[in-house]
Design a protein around this ligand. Structure first.
Ligand code: SF4
Ligand code: SF4
Length: 96
């Protein structure tokens, strides 16, 4: 099974607590705060891990996306970018 599908299935089988922990782990690995597109608003709202949680509530001006270099990309088998503006990996793959 393709990596992301495998990880998504694993997460679906997790309890709500385990899923929360996984999102916290992703937040801890997330490199968004070093991205030029990450702005004052996203910082104030402490938003991270857009690939898992979906679009930012802020107005994002896309300057770059460093998701491809983030360790979460290889860990989760992500194939998209610009999640803060476009939505989560699941949404972008049309699963939600
Ligand atoms: S892939 Fe992008 S959005 Fe997801 S955790 Fe990494 S930097 Fe953040
Ligand atoms: S999702 Fe991509 S574009 Fe948005 S802040 Fe994170 S690294 Fe930057």
């Amino acid at each position: 099974m393709e990596k992301f599908m495998e990880m998504a299935k694993k997460m679906e089988e997790m309890s709500p607590e385990e899923r929360k922990e996984m999102v916290m782990k992703i937040r801890g690995m997330c490199t968004c705060a070093q991205c030029a597109s990450y702005n004052e608003c996203t910082k104030e709202k402490n938003e991270l891990a857009f690939c898992a949680t979906g679009k930012s509530e802020c107005l994002v001006q896309m300057k770059e996306c460093i998701c491809p270099e983030c360790p979460v990309t290889s860990m989760m088998g992500l194939i998209n970018t610009s999640y803060c503006m476009q939505g989560s990996e699941k949404e972008l793959r049309g699963f939600l």
